[in-house]
Design a protein around this ligand. Structure first.
Ligand SMILES: Cc1cc2nc3c(=O)[nH]c(=O)nc-3n(C[C@H](O)[C@H](O)[C@H](O)COP(=O)(O)OP(=O)(O)OC[C@H]3O[C@@H](n4cnc5c(N)ncnc54)[C@H](O)[C@@H]3O)c2cc1C
Length: 463
């Protein structure tokens, strides 16, 4: 087990130095004395001011800001961040293909789904993209904006981001302990008893930054959801993978186009055909189905809509793909009409890869050369602008970049990220019911909510 510690200073009277033996605290006035079993556990508990559960993006950020806030008041904080992962920050290291897409130059509530847009907006407004850029610059990480609007470190290395976060978190005196799983959190009159695989902690405040269920091998296996529920919180339903590739039936014709990447529009509609959500961008045809940004962005919408329709006993929702996203149905029809003589394949090949163009002609029963009769032309137009996708499912949390669903924001005070149900408990990051589209939005959520939770938890240093 590693313990990465920050520098040590003299402690103010109320705080316990991490290297000192931890003393059980007396019960608060008027509170019942703890039961004998609890007293035994408490006697061994290491006393800290703030315990942070999970040291991923949100946890490291919350740790850094809790420490900074305490230091800003001239105090040396006693803060411990506990993470169960063998490799700290694994998700940061793999993010953005190893380059870490830290944020996006423009972030709005419309880039997210989950709890209500006004609630998401309120949190995002407290720590903006400019704040993120300033934070990382001061931490030695210059960010650059790419044509897509995504911001990456100029080093093109996620390691730079992780190292800076660890430096910032420990530089203010916090300790990172890993690998150590948090197994239980109990709230009592004396604050929180946090049971970890490295021993118990007694904390005045807890920040739960345990992530969701995506990429479980990175340590985010959903155990934070159980911890939140044990402290009185609910979870939204359903909880499904987000930013996840979708599967098609084995042998589906699209799987035979494996390796093909092209711009598309994916459209989700109700059983009656009412369009509800769309996403545009690149789609990758694979041996199992579909991937690429447009598919990843719409995946959580499809999964949630499918589950909700099923549980309401409604007919299944529909997902379709427009292979010519810039072109509406009438224009596609005109394009084929004007192709007289050249044949549809020659026309389609100007816009689509040959393999796809041939397959669509075949499926529409359209000749590849010569005249195109009205009926096959209509079928071809329908397929080009809205091929129905018989999606069978998704590739699971193992291959998902985020989690849709979690602790609802309605159970959290948005100015402090403190629980409305369990005073002293704060939340940050993906454990909450917020997920963003591809582009650095999920990290921006982790930074904004981590900042709020960390600074607010450190308010205990005011007393
Ligand atoms: C492959 C991949 C690429 C991505 N790329 C990007 C990108 O480029 N840009 C972007 O914005 N987003 C990206 N994301 C999403 C982003 O990484 C997450 O949204 C973000 O990391 C969430 O931060 P978090 O701190 O809330 O949770 P996590 O990063 O999941 O961290 C949670 C931490 O809590 C720990 N933990 C959980 N339970 C316990 C427990 N019981 N005890 C102790 N520790 C526990 C885990 O070990 C983990 O370290 C990517 C995700 C993946 C999987």
């Amino acid at each position: 087990m590693h313990a990465v510690s920050g520098s040590r200073h003299m402690l103010p009277s109320r705080m316990t130095h991490e290297n000192q033996p931890l003393q059980p605290s007396p019960p608060l006035d008027g509170e019942p004395a703890p039961a004998p079993a609890a007293r035994t556990r408490d006697a061994a508990a290491r006393r800290v001011d703030i315990a942070i559960v999970g040291a991923g993006a949100a946890g490291l950020f919350a740790t850094a800001w809790a420490g900074r806030t305490a230091r800003g008041r001239g105090l040396t904080p006693s803060i411990v961040a506990v993470d169960g992962a063998r490799k700290l920050g694994a998700k940061i290291l793999v993010a953005g293909g190893g380059r870490c897409n830290v944020t996006h130059w423009q972030v709005a509530d419309t880039d997210f789904v989950g709890s209500t847009p006004p609630a998401i907006r309120k949190v995002l407004a407290r720590f903006t993209v400019d704040d993120t850029v300033t934070f990382f610059k001061a931490a030695g990480v210059e960010l650059k904006r790419e044509d897509t609007g995504k911001l990456f470190p100029v080093t093109d290395s996620a390691r730079t981001v992780l190292d800076a976060l660890v430096r910032e978190a420990t530089g203010c005196g916090a300790t990172l302990v890993h690998p150590a799983r948090v197994e239980a959190i109990v709230r009592d009159a004396d604050g929180f008893l946090v049971t970890t695989s490295a021993g118990p902690l007694r904390a005045a405040r807890v920040i739960l930054c345990s992530g969701g269920k995506s990429l479980p091998k990175s340590g985010s296996d959903g155990s934070g959801h159980a911890l939140a529920m044990s402290l009185g919180h609910s979870l939204t339903s359903p909880i499904v993978p987000a930013l996840v590739p979708l599967t098609l039936p084995a042998g589906h014709w699209i799987t035979e186009l494996s390796g093909l990447t092209l711009p598309t529009e994916l459209v989700l509609s109700t059983a009656s055909g009412k369009r509800t959500t769309a996403s545009t961008g690149s789609t990758l045809c694979t041996h199992f189905g579909l991937s690429g940004p447009a598919v990843l962005d719409i995946s959580r919408h499809w999964l949630v809509a499918r589950d909700r329709a099923a549980s309401a006993g409604q007919p299944p929702v529909k997902l379709s793909i427009n292979w010519l996203p810039e072109t509406h149905t009438g224009a596609v029809d005109d394009m084929l009409l004007e192709s007289r003589g050249r044949g549809p394949l020659a026309v389609l090949r100007e816009h689509l890869p040959d393999r796809l163009a041939r397959r669509l002609c075949e499926l529409a029963g359209a000749p590849t050369t010569g005249d195109l009769p009205r009926e096959p032309r209509k079928r071809l137009v329908t397929l080009l602008t809205g091929t129905p996708l018989e999606v069978t499912g998704d590739r699971g949390f193992t291959l998902a970049e985020a989690t849709a669903g979690g602790v609802p924001l309605s159970e959290v005070r948005l100015d402090t990220m403190e629980s409305r149900l369990c005073p002293g408990l704060h939340f940050a990051g993906e454990v909450l019911d917020v997920d963003g589209r591809i582009g650095g939005f999920n990290f921006q959520w982790a930074w904004a909510s981590g900042f709020l939770a960390g600074t607010a938890a450190a308010a205990l240093y005011e007393s």
